[in-house]
Design a protein around this ligand. Sequence first.
Ligand SMILES: [Zn+2]
Length: 71
Amino acid sequence: MFIDTHAHLFFENFKEDVDDVIQRAKDNSIDFIVVPATDIKTAKEAIELAEKYGTDLCHCRYSSSRYKRLE
Ligand SMILES: [Zn+2]
């Protein structure tokens, strides 16, 4: 099992090819991708990715303690 522990797949530079990026990850035996949010907006985007691609591939991790520090 391989895990990509840090990929901001919601960034603008992935908008055009996130499907391909995730397919390549699957093809290369990546079982999980942790998509760390940077704020509440990207937390929602990370959840949308997890819902679209499945929690077996994308796992949205969001630290509420970090968010509190950002405020
Ligand atoms: Zn980061």
